[in-house]
Design a protein around this ligand. Structure first.
Ligand code: CU
Length: 292
């Protein structure tokens, strides 16, 4: 190969790698992250987007290059050269994808383990006790919130407070553990800004842990087709400062003990449900409301 050609290949590869790195770090394809766990996830996502962008540039670039340079000239009626194989090229274009994909598989597994591995569904299912102990051993204080999913609403109860709400409030910078149950069919809890998703399954408790890092209101979306109004099964997650969170809890406790409000938003759905569909603590609140 002529030295000139080697230089141009090196320059082109360097350009493609720079473009891939640039797009990997500047794509803004994800909404702003609101959880600690999102950082590791976003690094993985951006790495994959960067690699995909580099491969796209390489393949499309080669395609356009081939179309322009190797097209048939006017009056050329000859067959093209008979090229049988190029072992070096074949080894190269087999080895690079294998190494890349294996590395991504290992990297994704590490990220997954870091975010939800300890609480993975499998462990919780087969060894409920073990899963519980492993997280209880963590010294960090954890805000536990019970989540009940039903067609077609999310209900949040705050253990030790009697507070039940259709809105999820969580304290900024504190570790939150959701203990999730489903009343009827499988639902799935998803907050895009947390980059986390967990199924809720009738007959078992699933968990999700995260640490909110951004104040604000975020959408909770059901991502398991759960019936006719699945698309409307949304709620909001409000990240408060720890002080505001305590204030909100206190306000809710007062309001609910005087029976003035019930789990605010999804109230209408409650009344449409037969009583046996409604968990005890929620039923209690609803009957109070009906008495008013
Ligand atoms: Cu649902």
């Amino acid at each position: 190969m002529k030295p000139q050609r080697i230089v141009s290949i090196v320059v082109l590869v360097a350009l493609i790698i720079s473009a891939a790195v640039w797009y990997g770090t500047n794509n803004h394809l994800l909404p702003p992250a609101a959880g600690l766990e999102a950082q590791a996830y976003d690094r993985l996502f951006n790495t994959m987007v960067g690699i995909a962008f580099g491969v796209f540039l390489l393949i499309e670039g080669l395609l356009i290059f081939a179309v322009l340079v190797f097209q048939r000239r006017a009056g050329d009626e000859e067959d093209g050269p008979a090229i049988a194989e190029d072992l070096r090229l074949e080894v190269l274009w087999t080895a690079i994808p294998i190494v890349t994909v294996l590395w991504l598989a290992i990297y994704s597994t590490l990220v997954y383990n870091r975010i939800v591995g300890k609480e993975s569904l499998m462990i919780a299912h087969h060894h409920p006790q073990a899963a519980y102990v492993s997280t209880a051993a963590v010294a960090e204080p954890v805000t536990e919130i019970d989540v009940t999913a039903m067609q077609f609403a999310w209900i949040f109860t705050y253990p030790g407070t009697e507070v039940t709400s259709g809105e999820l409030h969580v304290p900024l910078g504190r570790k939150v553990r959701l203990n999730m149950q489903a009343m009827d069919v499988i639902h799935a809890f998803w907050v895009p800004e947390l980059r986390l998703k967990q199924d809720t399954i009738p007959g078992m408790t699933t968990h999700l842990e995260f640490t909110p890092t951004r104040l604000g209101t975020f959408n909770i979306i059901c991502t398991e087709l759960c019936g006719a109004y699945h698309g409307g099964m949304r709620a909001e997650m409000v990240v408060d400062t720890p002080e505001d969170y305590q204030k909100w809890l206190a306000e809710q406790a007062v309001a609910q003990s005087t029976g003035k409000t019930i789990a605010s938003k999804p109230g209408e759905e409650f009344f449409a449900l037969p009583p046996h569909h409604v968990p005890d603590h929620i039923h209690h609140v609803i009957s109070e409301e009906l008495v008013q």
